[in-house]
Design a protein around this ligand. Structure first.
Ligand code: SAH
Ligand code: ZN
Ligand code: ZN
Ligand code: ZN
Ligand code: ZN
Length: 538
């Protein structure tokens, strides 16, 4: 059956605060779940609901928390579906089969053996993405194997491994050295001694490199990541195989304890969490997870430090500001914009057998539009007071005494908004009709009664409620929704599809009867996606 979900394209969609289309999928967090969520290979699944404007919510279903593509995990179960014993057993067996072939302990044992080998015997199979011990060589004879793996290479696994995710777009979002260096320097200036890296393998790497370098820093780091390949390079106390969308530790209680000990060491003093989740991910499950990590840290606090918050850096695109602040009102978005990520050319890497890393700055693909404006929408969201975070003046940042934060050169203080309002490094203009600052490319539209791109189509999607279309509330608080069905914590994301998938859907539609999506909704989705793109790039 066609499950009504697709995370691709939600990147832009969710972040455009409130700009909802007419259909979408929400995650539901029932306040008192009657039954625990069923498990997929990636831990507990999440409960989703498909919503259509003007209709009550439809049947709810469970699907994988981590995989945005059904090709990667096709778990699907209606909320009220009863499974036979045989099917449950088959699922259990499937979940087992999907777990990594080696246990965490086995990985560590292999690693210890590997570093004891002489350089000439240290091999890495690029095809299998695996460090090889002499016993393995034969099995990888036909594969692309690189030899002489140095200690330096072992310390930089993110350069040795191929980017796993985003194969479709040929890019994994690793920090460039400069961005990573900026972060490490910042963490050290702020006096942190422990960093919980959630989905930041390259930051983890650099912190550890510094800790073992000549000018030793004393910062410790623990990496939590779903990319199991990293377990080959780290001991148990510095890597946990983890799913940040459901707070699932793949190696059970032992791994959870590693994380707890790390957070609670020194009564929780000196620790910060830094996370850089995939953009396509949903904000609410992430927020729920981060609150669990915060709670874990809090347990280790002494009574008198009750008011304190776990310091967090959440690296995410600026257009998610509204969503993030819904869950973490104390968070503020820093103006640091030269926060680039490495663009890895997978095709070229395959061709040349090595990684070619390109700084966004230098990559033609990321020189946007005619102006060649270098656009990185990535920002740091944090609960650390922004006046403590000094942004480099050599890169044009200055301190705004009124806002008590560092802002980029063109970001001018608006006396009407009483704030430095630009979000994207350009000077924004104040619109007296909208009573706020808007992007320089926008003009006030009297038909829409708000500012928009000059060539927008008037009367586009409004911020209204999914059920009745009224503008003053959202679906979850709609008076027309049956009380029993009301969900207390919902999160919206639009099912905007990638062009390719749209095409394949169109094709399927020709042959499959009863496909729920008709032609008009496909074109609507297309134009919505284009609007989203236009919005981001305008
Ligand atoms: N900029 C970061 C990397 C961010 S890419 C750096 O350079 O260190 C996103 C990271 O999140 C990847 O390492 C990926 O493996 C990880 N990730 C993706 N989905 C995840 C999930 N569900 N749980 C935990 N980590 C995940
Ligand atoms: Zn799954
Ligand atoms: Zn200001
Ligand atoms: Zn203004
Ligand atoms: Zn306006």
């Amino acid at each position: 059956m066609a499950a009504p979900r697709d995370w691709l394209g939600t990147v832009e969609a969710e972040g455009i605060a409130g700009r909802q289309g007419s259909s979408g999928v929400e995650v539901v967090f029932p306040s008192d779940p009657a039954t625990p969520a069923p498990l997929c290979p990636h831990g507990p699944t999440l409960l989703f609901v498909k919503v259509n404007q003007g209709k009550e919510e439809t049947r709810r279903f469970y699907a994988c928390s981590a995989c945005r593509d059904r090709k990667d995990c096709n778990f699907f179960q209606w909320e009220d579906e009863k499974l036979s014993g045989a099917r449950l057993a088959a699922r259990e067996a499937h979940n087992q089969k999907c777990q990594p072939p080696l246990s965490r302990t086995q990985c560590v044992e292999r690693y210890v053996k590997f570093i004891e080998l002489p350089l000439s015997q240290r091999k890495f199979c690029q095809g299998c993405q695996q460090l090889l011990l002499p016993d393995d060589w034969e099995r990888h004879q036909e594969h692309r194997v690189v030899g002489d793996i140095s200690v330096t290479q072992l310390k930089r696994p993110s350069q040795l491994l191929y980017p796993l995710e985003n194969k479709k777009t040929n890019a994994q979002y690793l920090f460039t050295d400069r961005s990573c260096q900026f972060l490490v320097d910042l963490l050290s200036t702020l006096g942190f001694t422990r960093v919980l890296c959630v989905g930041t393998p390259r930051l983890h790497e650099l912190i550890r490199l510094k800790a073992s370098g000549e000018k030793k820093s004393n910062i410790k780091s623990l990496l939590l990541d779903i990319d199991f390949r990293y377990s080959q390079f780290y001991m148990e106390d510095s890597f946990c195989h983890y799913n940040m969308f459901n707070h699932h530790f793949f190696d059970g209680k032992a791994a959870l304890e590693v994380c707890r000990t790390f957070l609670q060491e020194d009564k929780g003093e000196g620790v910060i969490m830094v996370t850089d989740p995939p953009f396509g991910g949903l904000v609410e499950p992430l927020a729920v997870t981060f609150k669990k990590l915060i709670a874990m840290w809090k347990e280790g606090q002494s009574q008198d430090s009750n008011q304190k918050e776990l310091p967090i850096f959440w690296i995410f695109p600026y257009f998610f500001e509204f969503r993030i602040r819904q869950f973490f009102p104390s968070f503020c978005m820093l103006d640091y914009q030269r926060f680039h990520r490495t663009f890895i050319c997978v095709d070229e890497a395959m061709k040349y057998g090595c990684m070619l890393e390109v700084d966004y700055d230098n990559h033609a693909l990321y020189k946007h539009g005619k102006t060649g404006r270098k656009q990185s929408p990535v920002r740091i969201f944090t609960n650390i007071p922004p006046n403590k975070i000094i942004l480099p003046s050599e890169e044009g940042y200055r301190f705004c005494p009124l806002c008590q934060r560092y802002v980029s050169l063109e970001n001018q203080h608006c006396e009407h908004c009483n704030s430095c309002t630009s979000k994207d490094g350009r000077k924004w203009n104040h619109c007296f009709l909208c009573k706020k600052c808007v992007k320089p490319s926008w003009i006030h539209c009297s038909i829409c009664s708000h500012c928009a791109l000059p060539d927008h189509s008037c009367g586009g999607p409004k911020d209204g409620c999914f059920i009745c279309g009224e503008l003053d509330h959202k679906r979850s608080t709609c008076p027309k929704i049956a009380t029993s069905k009301k969900v207390n914590n919902t999160l919206f994301f639009r099912a905007v599809r990638k062009q390719k998938q749209r095409k394949s859907n169109k094709m399927k539609m020709g042959t499959t009867k009863g496909q729920s999506m008709n032609h008009t909704s496909v074109t609507r989705k297309k134009s919505r996606r284009e609007r989203a793109h236009q919005y981001l790039c305008s």
